[in-house]
Design a protein around this ligand. Sequence first.
Ligand code: FMN
Length: 171
Amino acid sequence: MEKTFEEIVKNRRSIRSFTEEHIPDETINKIIELTAYAPSSWGGHPVEFIVIRDRETMQELARCKQMGAGPLAFGDAAIVPIVDTRKLELWVEDAAVASTYLLLAAESCGVGACWIHMKDRKGHTNSAPEDIRQLLHIPEYYEILNAVSLGMPKKRPESRTVQARIHHESY
Ligand SMILES: Cc1cc2nc3c(=O)[nH]c(=O)nc-3n(C[C@H](O)[C@H](O)[C@H](O)COP(=O)(O)O)c2cc1C
């Protein structure tokens, strides 16, 4: 049965440990296709995605960040959103919105995902984004905010009860 939007939003958690189960390419493609519906600055849709399924490359990608990128090595796929800055200057926002859609789309397909931050993080040789640029041969006019690890969840954390902080009419 299709999950409702409320179920998707409430059940999504960051998943950092994965089973060996293989995610079909079609599912990964569907997850990425859904991000195309995200809003983008000036409607420019400047975000593209590099999909990595080769284990060795995923391990090298994880090594591009000095600490905390482990899930990228152990998932079934890693995705690097890249933003074409020749089109627009609000690249951080565009990457963040597209990545959020990616996480929710993954949840809707039953796939676990985790945002691994890269911008302003140290790499092993240069910054994490620069190390990724070299590893994946990304032209210099693309920017990199993060990467996302994908895999079938080993265990699912409980969904949480959280409360929106709302101010009505004024602060
Ligand atoms: C901007 C941003 C940066 C994040 N960076 C990382 C990261 O580098 N490594 C990681 O394991 N999780 C990272 N996360 C995931 C958060 O740790 C996670 O969303 C948060 O702890 C809340 O847990 P939940 O996603 O399960 O609700 C990041 C999330 C966001 C939105």
